[in-house]
Design a protein around this ligand. Structure first.
Ligand code: NAP
Length: 276
């Protein structure tokens, strides 16, 4: 596998552009922040916790990249509007929104509390809508822009104890297609990415099954067993990396993505088809 510092893209591919990445300070979001900034974009990382957004910002600044960070809870629609207006005023534009923030955990549907359901649906689905709606007038006014939302593949087949997240991400898919058609006249391209299993810290926590649930704790397994799982269950024989996903976001943000809207790109080494 190529080192994460390598890129297939021209280093100035996205020079002069501005991106806002929700949850851009950890896991997949951090991989997206790093690649886009290394292609010349100014990246704004927005999430709730300074230990994510500030630490990631400092890490990328130390690499000489153009990055800033801001506190944001995507469930708070007023705050979303304020932050997005502030970013566009400060930089004079906003070319790309990456809706990457999400929450997740295993919980049996029969006893899922209203608050647990609400928390996940509010982050994954409402948050995606709040941010997309807030960038619309800015992108319309500047003659276009790009939105890339983060979905998943678990709702293609049903996944026990993930009713909240699978329902929310199915909503993200629907929203992607609808906004793509509705906002195409403004030249706003709206697409989604659907990653397969990528062992980030966040997903390791989320995918710790409840005791006696019968669900395999694949991420907690020893490295050797994890590698065996990937060989057995992922047709391309390995786990994904944040860079695998970031590459697609960079492509969609580039002129290569000019005629692409309403698409949902599965990036999973063939995993969901093999297990469907
Ligand atoms: P992660 O590191 O836990 O990323 C989630 C991010 O969302 C964190 O940076 C978190 O930052 C942010 N966030 C959570 N709640 C938020 C809120 N209310 N407002 C703003 N930001 C919030 O996990 P990941 O694995 O990289 O996941 C990233 C995305 O990929 C998610 O959309 C996830 O559903 C999707 N995905 C991941 C996988 C996988 O295998 N890893 C597979 C399919 C889909 P703060 O805590 O600082 O807010």
């Amino acid at each position: 596998m190529a080192p994460e510092s390598d890129t297939i893209f021209r280093p100035d591919l996205l020079a002069g552009q501005v991106a806002l990445i929700t949850g851009g300070g950890s896991g997949i979001g951090l991989g997206i922040s790093e690649l886009l900034a290394s292609l010349g974009m100014h990246v704004v990382i927005a999430s709730r916790k300074p230990e994510h957004f500030d630490v990631a910002r400092d890490q990328l600044l130390a690499q000489g990249l153009s990055v800033s960070s801001i506190a944001l809870d995507v469930r708070d629609q007023e705050r979303v509007r304020t932050v997005i207006d502030q970013v566009s005023q400060q930089h004079g534009r906003l070319d790309l929104l990456v809706n990457n923030a999400a929450g997740n955990f295993y919980a049996p549907s029969a006893t899922l509390s209203p608050n647990a359901w609400k928390a996940v649906v509010e982050i994954d689905l409402y948050g995606t809508f709040h941010c997309s709606q807030a960038v619309y007038p800015i992108m319309k006014q500047q003659g276009g822009g790009r939105i890339v939302s983060t979905s998943m593949t678990l709702h293609y087949r049903g996944w026990p104890q993930m009713a909240h997240a699978t329902a929310a991400k199915a909503g993200v898919d629907a929203l992607t297609r609808t906004l793509a058609v509705e906002w195409a006249p403004e030249r706003i391209r709206v697409n989604a990415i659907a990653p397969g299993p990528i062992p980030t810290e966040g997903v390791r926590k989320a995918f710790t099954p409840l005791p006696d649930s019968g669900i395999p704790d694949v991420f907690a397994a020893a490295t050797e067993r994890m590698e065996q799982y990937a060989r057995d269950r992922i047709p391309l024989g390995r786990w994904g990396t944040p860079r695998d996903v970031a590459n697609m976001v960079a492509f969609l943000a580039s002129p290569g993505g000019d005629w692409i809207t309403g698409a949902i790109f599965v990036i999973d080494g063939g995993e969901w088809l093999a297990k469907s």
